[in-house]
Design a protein around this ligand. Structure first.
Ligand code: HEM
Ligand code: FES
Length: 349
């Protein structure tokens, strides 16, 4: 574990990104309210706020979902990873304001409980079979937004380490992939809701471009990783695995190698080559995307640290990642197939 969460220190852009986030919210929501209020003076304040917050929330959700795959494909985006939690909290707050105001506007004045009304109000009005023309303009789009908000709430509530420990890293990660489902629901919420009355091709084009970019980036990043997993680490028939050339290694950074479907990180540190596991003991962060700071491999997500030579977190912490012996021959780096014994310094080239 990191001493005082040090890893974020290498992300000097962190505060600037947070400041940019606050500015973005002011400019996006305030700008929308002022510009629309001036050009359409008959639209009251309520709709201006619930539309402005909705558009800003959608933009932030799209940006947040793009950061992960971008960082996996290009390290220059890695400093943004740390800000994802702040971005998520701001996005969830904006979406909640939008949901609260629309619920008050459209569901607070009937006999039914407003929360029930979100799901039940359409039942009498919407009958897809009765609409001969295939008109979808009355599709119950609000429940889609409500389910998305529920999923986003679940993500926020389980982001704490308590849930990671109790669910286990595999289930926790699977659960958090639900955020893509929430995103899909929001896209449908907008397409089947406001776009049915707001027919301008500009809005439809923006929604299509944004959502295909987000889903496209996820597909591209996982395709690249799967291809890399297939291509790397050709076994040379012994207990050693040919990992990479010495010239592939960069001081303080990792080269990723996949062995039996599991990623390993090969590091160059002070002229020595070390091989370790690539999964952080905290929340399964990608250690190979981090770097070595003060002699320790530093996770890019929240800064937990491990010594490259024995995989041990520096005192007083006792987490450990596996390490693998390494060997260098003719400029080629080999790593052992099996991990060194816990706590033991792996021999290295
Ligand atoms: C209980 C949950 C929700 C309810 C009841 C709800 C309701 C609505 C309603 C009634 C509209 C149409 C407003 C109008 O006439 O312009 C709308 C639009 C919209 N909603 Fe939601 N929504 C919910 C959740 C969400 C969430 C979680 C998001 C995104 C994070 C979202 C994003 C949007 C967007 C981007 C629009 C289009 C804004 C515009 O009018 O230009 N909504 N929502
Ligand atoms: S420090 Fe949190 S996942 Fe590595």
């Amino acid at each position: 574990m990191a001493v005082g969460y040090r890893a974020v220190q290498w992300n000097s852009a962190k505060r600037w990104i947070d400041l940019g986030l606050v500015l973005f919210v002011f400019v996006a929501v305030g700008g929308y309210i002022v510009a629309t209020g001036m050009t359409h003076p008959r639209i009251p304040g309520g709709p201006l706020i619930y539309r402005g917050t909705a558009i800003a929330a959608f933009a932030l959700l799209s940006i947040n979902l793009a950061i992960g795959p971008l960082a996996r494909m290009d390290r220059r985006f890695a400093p943004l990873l740390y800000n994802r939690r702040h971005l998520g909290v701001v996005m969830f707050s904006l979406a909640s304001v939008h949901a609260l105001l629309t619920t008050m506007q459209f569901h607070a004045f009937g006999d039914a409980n407003p929360l029930v009304s979100i799901f039940a109000a359409y039942r009498m009005e919407y009958d897809p079979f009765a609409q001969q023309t295939g008109n979808i303009s009355r599709f119950p789009f609000e429940p889609l937004g409500a389910i998305a908000l529920g999923i986003l709430f679940l993500m926020a509530a389980t982001s704490h380490d308590f849930w990671l420990r109790n669910l286990g890293a595999g289930w926790w990660k699977r659960l958090h992939l639900l955020v893509l489902v929430a995103y899909g629901l929001v896209v449908l919420h907008v397409a089947l809701g406001v776009l049915q009355s707001e027919r301008s091709p500009v809005f439809a084009g923006l929604l299509l471009a944004t959502s295909t970019t987000v889903f496209g980036l996820h597909a591209a990043a996982s395709w690249r990783e799967r291809r890399a997993d297939r291509d790397t680490a050709a076994e040379d028939g012994h207990e050693w695995i040919a990992a990479c050339a010495m010239s592939d290694l960069e001081e303080g950074r990792a080269h990723t190698v996949t062995v039996d479907g599991q990623r390993r990180a090969v590091w160059l540190h002070d002229g020595d080559v070390h091989a370790t596991g690539s999964v952080c003991r905290h929340q399964g962060g990608p250690l190979a995307e981090g770097r070595i700071i003060d002699g320790c491999i530093t996770c890019p997500w929240h800064g937990w640290q491990y010594r490259p030579e024995d995989g041990q977190s520096p005192p007083p912490f006792d987490e450990r990642i596996p390490t693998y012996p390494t060997r260098i021959e003719d400029g080629q780096v080999y790593i052992a197939k099996d991990a060194a014994a816990p706590g033991e310094e792996a021999s290295h080239g």
